[in-house]
Write a protein that binds this ligand. Structure first.
Ligand code: SF4
Length: 260
């Protein structure tokens, strides 16, 4: 029985297309002891697998009394303090904050699933800047390389947005190139549409024709990777991706409505 434990809430990233920082506020991180207790309680109730969730889950950091617990240390702690838990997962990771320390813990802990969902959103540095994503294509690929160097069998998945404001054919080709290099196991492609209240909706024109968003880039991207193109809610997409055998808990749903 899978179960979900929220470890962080809110987001500080302010991607141009995303409403999360405005509706959820800044990141708040739960104390490690509270997280371990909740995982233990779920395990006592029969959970074999627990997924730690947050909008940018790998940005977890908890400071208390001069001591800081990083995401890597939290993973190690949950893994070590719950030796009967069969599988530990986490969703969703943000490319800029994924340090080697967390990858090392994943590689060393046999009950942490070797799976990373890391949204790239675009393969064009120009578009990534317009999106205010805060990383480059090179940094994204470097993360995949670091992960595969430690875990050759790791399963990597991603998200892409097609038709973001100002996206050109050259930007689209750059996304194609990224997917060729990334060799993701699966990728969800979101057709861009402005969300009220976001920076993109206020300041950036929605200038890629709908037909191009729908039939051009998404079709081409689909030739390169196991892509699911849909206008369904991100919650549905995440549910498909991680094969939830049952509907996520309300806490999980609360955290999975937006791509990271
Ligand atoms: S897309 Fe993800 S990282 Fe960016 S602002 Fe939204 S929740 Fe934060």
């Amino acid at each position: 029985v899978p179960a979900y434990v929220r470890i962080t809430r809110g987001c500080n990233k302010f991607c141009a297309f995303c409403i999360v920082p405005y509706v959820r506020g800044p990141e708040l991180h739960r104390p490690p002891a509270q997280i371990v207790d909740e995982v233990r309680r779920l395990e006592d109730q029969g959970a074999k697998e627990v997924t730690l969730i947050g909008q940018t889950v790998n940005h977890y950091v908890y400071a208390d009394g001069g001591k800081t617990v990083s995401f890597a240390e939290l993973l190690q702690t949950v893994h070590d303090q719950l030796p009967a838990l069969e599988r530990l997962r986490f969703l969703t990771s943000y490319p800029r904050d994924f340090g080697d320390d967390a990858l090392d813990v994943m590689a060393a802990c046999p009950r942490i699933c070797r799976f990373l969902h890391i949204p790239a959103q675009s393969g064009s540095n120009r578009v990534l800047r317009r999106m205010n994503r805060g990383y480059t294509v090179e940094a994204y690929l470097d993360l995949l390389t670091r992960a595969r160097a430690r875990m050759p069998d790791i399963c990597l998945a991603g998200d892409m947005i097609v038709g973001f404001s100002g996206e050109t054919d050259a930007d689209h080709e750059a996304s194609m190139q990224l997917l060729r290099q990334a060799r993701l196991k699966s990728c969800f492609v979101f057709k861009y549409s402005p969300r009220d209240g976001t920076v993109a909706a206020r300041r950036l024109p929605d200038d890629v024709p709908d037909a191009v968003k729908k039939d051009g880039p998404s079709h081409c991207l689909g030739q390169l990777v196991d892509v699911q193109v849909t206008r369904a809610t991100p919650l549905t997409l995440f549910a498909d991706l991680v094969s939830y055998p049952q509907a996520p808990t309300s806490a999980a749903a609360d955290n999975l409505r937006q791509p990271a």
